[in-house]
Design a protein. Structure first.
Length: 151
């Protein structure tokens, strides 16, 4: 009788250990979620110069210290081919709400159809911003191909 109880206990422990190992191996890591998701599509009619081949849109806030220097890095990108604009909250609340902007500064680089090719959330160097725009405009150039790229 004592041997039978011992075998049952060992069997139950074996099943518990086996179940724990299987559960641990089968548990997948949770997918990475963007803390501040970026829009993937913009309506170019909402932005200045929708006929321009490219758009660099900067979303900022009046209360954001990191936002203050970003416009100085983005403004020089303006050209015949690249429209550049800033939407500061709360003045441009409608744009922040329409595109569900939850983190600033947020920089979006979109093509003529409004497809977002590159994006940054948080302050960036001028070098990184300019390289990301150049890389989006000419993917074959191999200019920092992953910089600001969307997954």
């Amino acid at each position: 009788m004592l041997i039978a109880v011992g075998l049952v206990v060992v069997g139950v422990l074996g099943v518990v250990v086996f179940a724990a190992v299987v559960a641990r191996r089968g548990a997948a890591n949770a997918p990475v979620r963007d803390s501040y998701p970026v829009p993937r599509q913009l309506d170019r009619a909402d932005f200045p110069r929708p006929e321009a081949s490219w758009l660099v849109a900067l979303f900022t806030s009046a209360t954001c210290d990191a936002c203050a220097s970003m416009w100085d890095k983005v403004a020089p990108l303006s050209s015949d081919e690249v429209a550049v604009c800033e939407f500061a909250f709360p003045e441009a609340r409608w744009a922040h709400e329409r595109y569900d902007i939850s983190g600033v500064p947020m920089l979006l680089v979109a093509d003529r159809e409004g497809v977002v090719h590159r994006a940054f959330v948080g302050p960036q160097s001028a070098t990184d911003v300019w390289a990301a725009v150049a890389g989006a405009r000419d993917p074959e150039a191999g200019i920092e191909p992953g910089l600001g790229a969307l997954p």
